[in-house]
Write a protein that binds this ligand. Structure first.
Ligand code: THU
Length: 138
């Protein structure tokens, strides 16, 4: 899927949400990250009995992608069982750092064709950036 096709990417996010490990909230979130070469990486939220250790779907997708060697992201689709879903503040910071140019599509997982679109800059204006010049990779 090198071409950007929001509905297809959102359907990937719905697929990802089925792998959520959310026994406490029962709130299944899915994320699908699209790389410039057309690779799709799935993520879903994983919860802990020590609630604060829970990790969001968006961060799981980003961490998976980064540690698999991807670094150029053109889009991310996020779905949750809520009409007005949007990434949390922590995920916005990570997106600003590692996927600043990605288009962000968000939708209710029960109605993924009805989506909203944002830029990362809209979601987190004036994001904190590293003092280092370009990549944070070593
Ligand atoms: N959650 C996400 O996966 N992404 C977000 O952007 C917000 C919240 C998850 C965390 C937790 O497992 C559940 O949703 C309820 O907050």
């Amino acid at each position: 899927m090198a071409d950007l096709d929001p509905p297809s990417l959102l359907r990937e996010a719905v697929r990802a949400s089925r792998r959520a490990v959310a026994p406490y909230s029962k709130f299944r979130v899915g994320a699908a990250l699209l790389t410039r070469d057309g690779t799709v990486i799935h993520g879903a939220n994983v919860e802990s009995v020590s609630y604060g250790l829970t990790c969001c779907a968006e961060r799981i997708a980003l961490f998976k992608a980064l540690t698999d060697g991807h670094s150029d992201f053109t889009a991310v689709a996020i779905v949750a069982p809520h009409a007005k879903t949007a990434p949390c503040g922590a995920c916005r910071q990570l997106l600003a750092e590692y996927a600043p140019d990605a288009r962000v599509f968000v939708a209710d997982s029960r109605r993924p064709t009805k989506f909203r679109e944002f830029t990362v800059d809209q979601l987190l204006p004036e994001a904190f950036r590293s003092l280092r010049k370009k990549s944070t990779r070593t």
